[in-house]
Design a protein around this ligand. Structure first.
Ligand code: SAM
Ligand code: SF4
Length: 463
């Protein structure tokens, strides 16, 4: 349908001539230039099975990610404010026919309490998430929630970027959403395969495939120029889904000169009384998942790839290697579960799906640091007007790293000074020193001055 050409994608998947090792090798070489690859070339890479070529593929994705973004990993947490929903997505515990789920919508004060908890963990960017409901998650309520969250400030510690993952809106409503000062607007197509989409979304506004497919066009027309797309892997053949997701990214780039700011890669997790999640129709194994993440990184090198705590810690570590650039940490998917004691809450009765990584933010930060990745809480681009084509220009030319690295360092230093455990501080100290020494010339001096300002108590120091 439109920019999703199912026949063409299916022809790529079933084309035997694309299982060619010489061709696979040549395309990996081309991809190493970090300028992207075509849809057909992506299909060829998805066919790689030889262990040597897989190694080459993974290694190349790592190099490409480092070339564009350096070794930083941006951290965030989701904030779910309602699990009430009028849709009935067969994979989600929030679906309206799920009578086993306890329904809960936070008040504005409760949303503030959740955000406050997250600020006190050291988070600086949040993703606001909700079920779709005309009263419980309407635009007016979202606006109030955003205003309240942004108003929190604890001696310079605050939420500096609020991204939003909610139901798609009209252009006019997207304009209102933008006026609330959001960062990225996210919406996942779930599956681009029309027949599967219809099967998975039997009723409610979400059953309209086309309304959702063009959500990002409307958001961009409303001048929300950081948009995040995604597929829910496990609903249909992962090769189809990856190529369709890339078709969407290429289409946005061609039409607006702005590709997606981020691509999310949720994989189906078990969810209470959600038939498609308990028995995924096309479950994706770990190796195929790693391969598809790699191909996305090589096809759209400039795009952030977001990995959530749906995945277990060991696999998350492997995926950092092949190009993931943003991760959630210390997450909960049940409204109100940050603040309340998890045991007494019986989280599974309220949550959207089960998580694979239950570690705290501090544990994830420590783990990333010991693996050589720099945790970043940076929110500078959006506040310095480096969004949309301005961001893309820097990312596509490989210049964004010059800004990301200093900002990652200052925000990491803030985290260490204000929130880190002693264990994390001990690991981070030599790591930070080493990172500073890797910066050459005048840029290093500039970073040292910025870090000194942070160590003198100033907060929110950025380029
Ligand atoms: N209700 C809105 C919607 O569907 O667009 C907003 C966000 S929904 C709460 C967030 C995302 O969670 C969905 O887009 C879907 O991709 C993902 N999700 C739902 N059920 C899931 C499951 N069982 N496992 C993993 N991800 C799931
Ligand atoms: Fe509702 Fe979103 Fe869950 Fe579907 S995925 S049931 S729209 S919360």
């Amino acid at each position: 349908m439109y920019f999703i050409n199912e026949d063409y994608i299916n022809s790529l998947i079933s084309d035997d001539t694309l299982f060619n090792e010489a061709m696979q090798h040549d395309i990996i070489q081309k991809a190493s230039e970090a300028k992207g690859i075509t849809l057909k070339e992506s299909a060829v890479l998805l066919n790689i099975n030889s262990p040597d070529l897989l190694d080459e593929l993974f290694h190349t994705a790592k190099k490409v990610k480092e070339k564009i973004y350096g070794n930083r990993l941006v951290l965030f947490a989701p904030l779910y404010f309602t699990n009430v929903c009028i849709n009935n997505c067969l994979y989600c515990a929030f679906r309206r026919e799920n009578k086993e789920l306890k329904r809960k919508t936070l008040t504005i004060n409760e949303i503030e309490e959740e955000a406050l908890y997250l600020v006190l963990q050291g988070q600086k960017r949040l993703l606001l998430v909700a079920g779709e409901h005309p009263q419980k998650s309407n635009l007016h309520f979202i606006g109030q929630a955003i205003e309240r969250i942004y108003s929190i400030n604890l001696s310079g510690n605050n939420i500096r970027r609020l991204n939003v993952n909610t139901a798609p809106l009209s252009v006019e409503d997207f304009e209102t959403l933008k006026s609330f000062g959001i960062g990225t607007y996210q919406c996942f197509q779930e599956t681009y395969k029309f027949s599967t989409y219809k099967e998975m979304h039997p009723v409610g506004p979400k059953s309209n495939y086309q309304w959702r497919l063009f959500a990002m066009d409307r958001a961009l027309q409303a001048c929300i120029d950081d948009v995040g797309i995604g597929s829910l892997f496990g609903l249909t053949d992962y090769r189809f889904e990856t190529l369709a997701l890339l078709s969407h990214a290429f289409d946005l780039d061609e039409k607006y000169g702005i590709g997606p700011h981020t691509i999310s890669i949720p994989r189906l997790e078990p969810a209470l009384n959600a038939p498609a999640a308990l028995n995924p129709p096309y479950a994706v194994d770990d190796l195929s998942f790693k391969k598809l993440v790699t191909v996305i990184r090589l096809a759209v090198p400039y795009t952030g790839i977001i990995l959530s705590t749906r995945e277990k810690a060991e696999l998350r570590r492997e995926l950092f290697e092949v190009g993931v650039s943003q991760i959630s940490a210390g997450s909960r998917t049940a409204p109100g579960s940050y603040k309340e004691s998890i045991d007494s809450l019986k989280e599974h009765e309220l949550e959207q799906f089960q998580l694979g990584d239950h570690r705290s933010l501090d544990e994830v930060v420590r783990d990333c640091t010991s693996l050589g990745y720099m945790p970043s809480f940076c929110t500078a681009c959006y506040r310095s007007n480096r969004t949309g084509d301005r961001f893309m220009e820097l990312a596509k030319t490989g210049n964004i790293g010059k800004i990301c690295v200093p900002n990652a360092l200052t925000t990491f230093q803030e985290y260490l000074n204000d929130f880190a455990s002693d264990e994390t501080k001990t690991i981070a100290k030599p790591f930070l020193q080493n990172e500073i020494e890797r910066i050459n010339g005048a840029a290093r001096k500039k970073v040292e001055v910025m870090l000194q300002r942070v160590n003198n108590g100033e907060r929110d120091v950025y380029l």
